[in-house]
Design a protein around this ligand. Sequence first.
Ligand code: UTP
Length: 286
Amino acid sequence: MKIKKAVFPAAGFGTRFLPATKAIPKEMLPLVDKPLIQYGVEEAKSSGLSEIIIVTGMGKTAIEDHFDTSFELEKLLQERGKTELLRMIENVSGMVHFAYTRQKKPLGLGHAIGITRNLINNEPFAVFLGDDIIDSEVPVMRQMMEVHKRFGTTVLAVQKVPKSQAHLYGVIKGQKIGDGIYRVLDLVEKPQSNPPSNLAIIGRYILSPGIFNALEETKPGKGGEIQLTDALRILLRTQEIYALEFEGTRYDAGDKLGFLKANVSLALKRPELRAEFRKFLKDLKI
Ligand code: UTP
């Protein structure tokens, strides 16, 4: 079944980035010149997804404004003959179809996904965590869709992490069945000791609609939140789950250090900035 919809849970408080995120949604922090969430939306579009559902919460209206048309700004750019900028602004609002739903309390990632049930209609769908910026030749979601085409069931993006960092992630126990493809045998959210492997779940998922029933059964877990990993574990009792070790470089841009790394690497890839920025970095002599 073709996947058309992508859910972007964006109702978290972004506490790792305070005070910047007190009044500005984390998703709107700029990486070079685009807000974080736009990178994910562009990846969704270039993977062939046409409907974006953003789960928002308190203080997140800037996200809706960003993807809306801005009549005054477009008129001003037109009057001033700034056609390049005008085209860029029109591209943002005309990118895909957007729908918004609101999570009234931040009860966890699993809960945020659960409230999109009536917008999904019993189809497989994609989930993007906007903090995870992945720089890759083939968009990661497109890589995952190939796996979904083959198995027709839930697909998780995974990446090898040092065992010392496994406690920060959901971690799978997997059986390798092909090039970068694993059949998931078990999953644990943020294992405090003895992680089942070094394969950590990264913020891209293709979920079968069966996840909604699993989410309804899921009790609050780590941090008192409804955890998606716990719901996936319930789903695994009745359906197969696969994981793909994707090709690409991932930055956790919801974290200060990851955000800085992403800014530097992405800026170095921009033709209009590359030469001068490189020179600046070299001159730092660190
Ligand atoms: P994070 O764990 O990154 O939480 O959530 P956060 O609140 O955004 O950031 P920190 O850790 O406090 O700095 C993972 C994803 O799930 C969403 C977040 O917006 C983020 O995209 N989320 C989390 C929700 O939509 N609702 C929630 O209740 C919790």
